[in-house]
Design a protein around this ligand. Structure first.
Ligand SMILES: Nc1nc2c(c(=O)[nH]1)N[C@H]1C(S)=C(S)[C@@H](COP(=O)(O)OP(=O)(O)OC[C@H]3O[C@@H](n4cnc5c(N)ncnc54)[C@H](O)[C@@H]3O)O[C@H]1N2
Ligand code: MOO
Length: 408
């Protein structure tokens, strides 16, 4: 386009380090059972010790360890069985020197005992008497009252999305509600005169169903955000500006797809600029696919203009949009994506100074690159994962060891 400038591209690393919009979601209280994937606003500490009592880790006999020292098959220690402990009750039987109390796994160990000997290392020789054929040391077979968690210990940290095991520990400590950060509300706007709603039955030649919005909404959900659809806006600066203004007022992050290239109808930049300060942070990223990407901050809300090609839009949203979503939503410990080690089946070329995201299929530890234009969305559905070729590299040779980030 004469008179129109191509993008001044910035590296993805630079953009992620430099683009730090100020918006953060605030706290809200949720029930523990609704907290999977939510982000604690502050560390949750325990008000109680866990397990809270000395607990047997084996089925056997609570004893005084010293009574078993030197015991062996040839010279067992003989102990009097003075009672049996039950689950779920306080340890109400004392163990004196020379005595033993039958105890199941998980029951409270009497304070007068200091170890539990496994049933396999004992034999009942006559009613009320056992032989112990292996010595135990003090503490063997016992979990201390605060060995799992001491009072004041951190149960879950701030900023790390809660996992199944975190909910288990919170439950064990009696935490029923906790303060988490609100899910970032993410506006999803599609643009283009040719784009029609995905439930449109018959499309005319030249029209396309909106593929990007559905996929973006799913990515937002997976990342812990709350997608909000703002529909499809035709190539009209006024309409786009109006929709963007509403979205910025109502959401924590705004994602608009298409219209960010250099064509005459590419209105996104002008519309974003009209939203006010601080405005456009960069237009153009050194990434393939996805060069025509726009990053902006309007008031304190980040606005991301994604390339029109759905494949490119999804790649860029993964690489750049999700980090911004996590920043806004207070995720400081990023859950690792599933990945697998593989070797490249074929060489892949790349330009130095550009981040390349290569879709691959993976079989038996071999990653086969899937080539094709970024207008082809099926490339992404055929892929098992992707390989990132970092900026300094000029490609990957066949046989190179790579880490494939796998799609969930
Ligand atoms: N002269 C240049 N032309 C183009 C360049 C360039 O650097 N110089 N970059 C190319 C690349 S790369 C991409 S990607 C596209 C991005 O352009 P836009 O962001 O302006 O997007 P559009 O042209 O509107 O759309 C591109 C393509 O994607 C289809 N599309 C758009 N939205 C959707 C949707 N929601 N669901 C399904 N498909 C969608 C649209 O119909 C077009 O076919 O620019 C290249 N050109
Ligand atoms: O970057 Mo375009 O986003 O390659 O298809």
């Amino acid at each position: 386009m004469p008179g129109r400038e191509f993008f001044q591209t910035q590296s993805v690393g630079q953009a992620l380090a430099g683009f730090r919009p100020r918006r953060r979601t605030g706290p809200e209280t949720v029930r523990r059972e609704d907290a999977l994937g939510r982000v604690p606003a502050r560390a949750v500490r325990s008000g109680v010790p866990l397990p809270g009592f000395a607990r047997s880790t084996v089925d056997g006999y609570a004893v005084r360890a010293a009574d078993t020292y030197g015991a062996g098959d040839g010279l067992p220690a003989y102990l009097d069985v003075v009672g049996a402990l039950r689950m779920g009750t306080a340890a109400d039987v004392e163990v004196r020197s020379g005595g033993a109390v039958q105890i199941p796994t998980g029951a409270a160990v009497p304070g007068s005992a200091d170890a539990v000997v496994m049933i396999e290392h004992t034999q009942v020789t006559m009613p009320g008497v056992i032989e112990v054929t292996r010595p135990v040391a003090v503490g063997d077979g016992v979990v201390r009252p605060d060995e799992d968690v001491a009072v004041g210990n951190e149960l879950v940290p701030a900023g790390r999305p809660l996992r199944a095991q975190d909910l288990g520990l919170l439950a064990a400590a009696g935490i029923t509600r906790l303060v988490v950060l609100r899910r970032p509300r993410v506006a999803i706007i599609s643009t283009g005169d040719e784009v029609v709603a995905p439930d449109t039955e018959c499309v005319s030649p030249g029209q396309v169903r909106d593929a990007t919005a559905s996929a973006l909404a799913a990515l937002v959900l997976q990342a812990g955000g709350e997608p909000a659809s703002y529909g499809i806006v035709p190539d009209d600066l006024e309409l786009l500006t109006k929709t963007l203004t509403t979205a910025v007022a109502e959401c924590d992050l705004v994602v608009v797809s298409a219209g960010s290239s250099v064509g005459a109808r590419d209105e996104t930049t002008a519309a974003v600029e009209a939203l006010g300060a601080p405005g456009v942070y960069c237009h153009g990223l050194a990434i393939k696919p996805g060069k025509p990407t726009l990053l902006a901050e309007c008031a304190d809300v980040p606005v991301i203009g994604l390339p029109g090609n759905p494949l490119s839009a999804l790649v860029v949203f993964r690489m750049v949009g999700l980090p911004v979503l996590r920043l806004v939503g207070g995720i400081t410990t990023v859950p690792p994506e599933p990945s697998t080690a593989a070797t490249m089946a074929r060489p892949v070329a790349s330009a130095a100074g550009r981040l390349d995201v290569v879709q691959v299929s993976v079989r038996d530890g071999v990653a086969t690159p899937l080539f094709g234009h970024s207008a082809l969305l099926s490339l992404l559905t055929s892929a098992d994962g992707y390989v990132v070729i970092p900026e300094p590299a000029t490609g990957l040779d066949a046989g190179t060891s790579v880490t494939v980030t796998m799609y969930r």
